[in-house]
Structures are given as structure tokens and as C-alpha cells.
Design a protein around this ligand. Structure first.
Ligand SMILES: NC(=O)c1ccc[n+]([C@@H]2O[C@H](COP(=O)([O-])OP(=O)(O)OC[C@H]3O[C@@H](n4cnc5c(N)ncnc54)[C@H](OP(=O)(O)O)[C@@H]3O)[C@@H](O)[C@H]2O)c1
Length: 165
């Protein structure tokens, strides 16, 4: 089963701001839904809290160090490897690591495909995808939008595959 990651970042690799996304781009959320539907999601506890609840149609695997943390409809694990093992139990071709920056830093070396939305703008925030470097990836496809598309921002959907490591 392929290990994939889905993230959106700005020009400076910013991904988060005080526990939430720094922007609201409805078409990117729709794209996220299309990509992830039916597939197991692996995420950090902070990212789960930012979702506001369980997203329908996708098993949720949440990583936390807190042995007492639980949430209805969520499988809790205490390290990334256990999250990946849990995702492998589902009968799908792909598992989706969906953030945040902390979990992505740990998952990046294992990630085979990266669905990366790059927003051509500089936002304010406090979490960056520092673990991402363009030179580690080969471009499979890109789809560019213009300012009129959504939210007043220009952005590009990249599909990237890990370069030989
Ligand atoms: N732009 C995007 O595409 C995107 C996507 C997702 C999230 N985000 C944003 O990113 C931000 C959240 O990212 P983040 O880096 O702060 O947090 P995160 O990666 O979502 O979660 C971090 C938490 O995961 C748990 N954790 C991490 N490593 C662990 C390990 N090795 N073993 C056990 N538990 C572990 C810990 O939970 P405990 O503290 O419970 O122990 C840690 O506090 C938010 O602002 C969110 O909106 C952006």
C-alpha cells in the first residue's frame, strides 16, 4: 500500500497558524476530500483537533503521546510506525498522511507520493513544512489555477513522487 502525504503550503512552506490552517480555500478542501475519500488518514493529534470532528468516509488514525487521549470514531496510536501498521489493515491502495508539520517531518522519509498544493502568497503563521525540499521529489503532474479560481489566490496542485533515495 502506497504511503502518500497531502499538504498545502504557501510560498515560504508555511502550513499552520495557531492550530488551524492559515487560509480558507474551498476548492483545495474539495480536492483534499476527493483525494482522501475511502482511504485511511494518519495525522497528529493537533491536526485532528483542528478538524472539528471526524471526517466522514475515511478511517482516522491519530498519533499522540498521551496514553489517555481518545475520541469516538478514531483509532489512537502512539508512534508513526504503529499508525502505518494500522493503515495497512485497510483494503485500499493508498494511506494518506495529512499533517501537521510535526508528523510530516517524521513521515517524509517514508512517503512515496506527495500531493502538494502551493499557494502563491505569503501568510502569517507558526508551522512550516521544513521537512520538504523540492530536490527530493520528481514532478508527476501540476495543475495551476489563477486568482479568479478561488479565494483570490493563485495556487498549483502538484503531484510529486519521491526521487531515488
Ligand atoms: N496546510 C496543511 O495542509 C495542513 C495540514 C494539516 C495540518 N495543518 C496545520 O498544522 C498545524 C498542526 O501541526 P503540528 O506540527 O503543530 O502538529 P501535528 O503534527 O498535527 O501533531 C503533533 C502532535 O502529534 C503527536 N505526536 C507527534 N509525534 C509523535 C510521536 N513520535 N509519537 C507520539 N505522538 C506524536 C503529539 O501529540 P500529543 O501532544 O497529543 O502528545 C504532538 O503534539 C495546525 O496549524 C494545522 O492546522 C496544516
Amino acid at each position: 500500500m502506497r504511503i502518500s502525504m497531502v499538504m498545502a503550503m504557501d510560498r515560504n512552506k508555511l502550513v499552520g497558524d495557531r492550530g488551524v490552517m492559515p487560509w480558507k480555500i474551498p476548492s483545495d478542501l474539495k480536492y483534499f476530500k476527493q483525494l482522501t475519500m475511502g482511504k485511511p488518514l494518519i495525522m497528529g493529534r493537533v491536526t485532528f483537533e483542528s478538524l472539528g470532528g471526524v471526517l466522514p468516509g475515511r478511517p482516522h488514525i491519530v498519533i499522540t503521546r498521551n496514553p489517555d487521549w481518545m475520541h469516538k470514531g478514531v483509532e489512537v496510536v502512539h508512534c508513526l510506525d504503529d499508525g502505518i501498521d494500522a493503515a495497512r489493515r485497510y483494503d485500499t491502495d493508498e494511506m494518506m498522511v495529512i499533517g501537521g508539520a510535526d508528523i510530516c517531518a517524521q513521515a517524509m522519509p517514508h512517503t512515496e507520493r506527495l500531493y502538494l498544493t502551493v499557494i502563491d502568497h505569503e501568510f502569517a503563521g507558526d508551522r512550516w513544512l521544513e521537512s520538504f525540499s523540492w530536490e527530493d521529489w520528481t514532478e508527476v503532474s501540476r495543475q495551476e489555477t489563477d486568482e479568479s479560481a478561488d479565494g483570490g489566490y493563485r495556487f498549483t496542485y502538484y503531484v510529486l513522487e519521491a526521487a531515488a533515495r
